[in-house]
Design a protein around this ligand. Structure first.
Ligand code: ADP
Ligand code: MG
Length: 252
């Protein structure tokens, strides 16, 4: 790999006797869109959190743009890495504009209204949304604001933890495609955690499957669809494949 933007070297993390991450090695190439798929409890969220130091590894190191993140202050890391949570986590007492601008503001920078409008446009929200409060938005709109907020500080890396899990299927599909377009247009590197293999296959360049704290498959979508990646990966691929086959039967 020519230029990994993110590297995990022998990273492990335990909670009591639970091994959440088990001596994991992984390189992520700059510009790639990587999906991290696996059952609940397989360690996906813990792995993402080691990147921006919400979790400190027990062993090993995480390198971001060639630097060990353990030596980087959290505020600086948070500005360089966009993070979208499943639970969205907008501040309820702040307007949409204030929520979007919070990262840069903590770094002493004020975002002009024109920049807020640009960020809203990126996630296909009207400029007038800037003055709304979070409880005046639909779930899909809130999650769009979450994406705009993650991009506000012009990060190179976008981490998303089950970002669309709580959305209805139509909104989920539209927002997934929008994020993939933004990834391409802005030249981002994106790591998206999802438990939905169909979403991973449709959006990502590379699909990693996690099980019991380890990466058990690392394939491009076409290879997974061609049967590669081993038993655990193929059990996940079987779900959307079976659905597609049943729909094809029904439409005959
Ligand atoms: P995933 O995101 O794939 O569902 P997690 O990374 O959240 O998995 O969790 C991996 C394992 O670590 C699970 O067994 C989970 O119960 C455990 N775990 C995660 N966070 C904590 C925590 N803060 N305290 C104790 N156990 C945790
Ligand atoms: Mg999780």
């Amino acid at each position: 790999m020519p230029d990994p933007i993110l590297s995990f070297r022998g990273v492990s993390k335990a909670y009591g006797t639970t091994r959440a991450i088990d001596t994991l090695d992984l390189d992520i190439e700059a510009g790639s869109f990587v999906a991290l798929v696996g059952a609940s409890g397989s360690g996906k969220s813990t792995l993402l959190k080691t990147v921006n130091r919400l979790v400190e590894p027990l062993t090993g190191e995480v390198l971001f743009e060639g630097e060990n993140v353990a030596g980087l202050p959290q505020p600086a890391l948070r500005r360089r890495i966009g993070y979208v949570f499943q639970s969205i986590g907008l501040f309820p007492h702040m307007s949409v504009a204030e929520n979007i601008a919070i990262g840069p503001r903590l770094g002493g920078e004020r975002l002009p209204a024109s920049r807020i409008a640009e960020l809203l446009a990126w996630v296909e929200l009207e400029e007038s949304m800037a003055d709304r409060m979070p409880d005046e938005l639909s779930g899909g709109q809130r999650q769009r604001v979450g994406v705009a907020r993650a991009l506000a500080a012009e990060p190179h890396l976008l981490l998303m933890d089950e970002p669309f899990g709580a959305l209805d299927p139509v909104t989920r599909d539209a927002l997934g495609e929008r994020v993939r377009k933004l990834h391409d247009e802005l030249g981002l590197t994106t790591v998206m955690v999802t438990h939905d293999m169909a979403e991973a296959l449709l959006l990502a360049d590379r699909v990693l499957v996690m099980d019991a704290g380890q990466i058990v498959a690392d394939e491009v979508p076409a290879a997974l669809l061609a049967g590669k990646g081993g038993e655990i990966a193929q059990a996940l691929v079987a779900v959307p494949r079976h659905q597609a086959e049943r729909l094809a039967e029904l439409s005959q």
